[in-house]
Design a protein around this ligand. Structure first.
Ligand code: FES
Length: 189
C-alpha cells in the first residue's frame, strides 16, 4: 500500500467513486484525534456523537494492539434512486481494505461505531467482520452476511491507486441472498 498520494488523484475507474487519499484512512493517531472533533468544515463538534454530523473517524485498537479507523463517506447513487447517496464505512484493517454500508439492519445503528474483528476457525484467521456496537450483531466484511441472522449488509469493492482510494458505486455482494434494511439511508443512532 502506498500512503503518499500523487498530487492529484488518477482518473476514476469506471464504476467507482473517489473516496480520498490513503492517508485519510490510516490510523495516524494525531490525525484521528483531530478529525474526531471536527466536522467537514473544520468546525469544532464537541464529542461528535450525533449520527447526522459527519464525524472524523475514531481511532480503534484491537486486543493485540492493531490500530485502525472506520471512516464514513457518502457515495452518490444512480439518478432516480432513493436515497440519492449511501453512507459507506471504509476500513484498512490487517492490511486489507473493507467497505460496507454504515447502517446496521437490526435497528439502524452506525456500524462505524462498532469494531472490526478477525473471523477465524480452528485458530486460523480467514477473514474480517464488523461488530455493531449496539447489540453485537456481526457481519462478514466481504460477503455482508450476518453470523446469527438472515440479514445482509451491502459491501463494496475498493481500489487503491497512486495513494488514493476508490470505492465501487454498486455493492460487490448483490448475489448474496438475504433481507437488507437501510432505514432510509441514515443511521438511527
Ligand atoms: S442496531 Fe446493530 S445490532 Fe442492534
Amino acid at each position: 500500500m502506498e500512503s503518499s498520494p500523487s498530487s492529484s488523484p488518477p482518473s476514476v475507474p469506471e464504476g467507482f467513486v473517489y473516496a480520498g487519499p490513503v492517508s485519510d484512512f490510516l490510523p495516524s493517531s494525531s490525525q484521528a484525534a483531530t478529525m474526531a472533533d471536527s466536522d467537514t468544515n473544520g468546525q469544532s463538534v464537541p464529542g461528535c456523537q450525533t449520527a447526522d454530523v459527519t464525524c472524523g473517524p475514531e481511532l480503534k485498537t484491537t486486543s493485540d494492539g492493531e490500530e485502525y479507523l472506520i471512516k464514513v463517506i457518502e457515495i452518490p447513487q444512480p439518478a432516480g434512486r432513493y436515497p440519492p447517496q449511501r453512507r459507506v464505512g471504509i476500513s484498512y484493517f490487517r492490511k486489507k481494505w473493507y467497505a460496507f454500508v454504515n447502517i446496521c439492519p437490526h435497528q439502524g445503528s452506525a456500524l462505524s461505531r462498532g469494531s472490526m474483528m478477525d473471523i477465524e476457525d480452528m485458530g486460523i484467521v480467514w477473514g474480517a467482520g464488523i461488530i455493531c456496537s449496539l447489540h453485537n450483531w456481526t457481519f462478514d466484511a466481504l460477503s455482508g452476511q450476518s453470523d446469527s441472522t438472515r440479514f445482509v449488509i451491502d459491501t463494496y469493492d475498493i481500489k487503491e491507486m497512486d495513494g488514493h482510494v476508490f470505492v465501487s458505486q454498486a455493492p460487490r455482494n448483490g448475489h448474496v441472498v438475504g433481507p437488507r434494511r437501510d432505514f432510509g439511508g441514515r443511521e438511527m443512532n
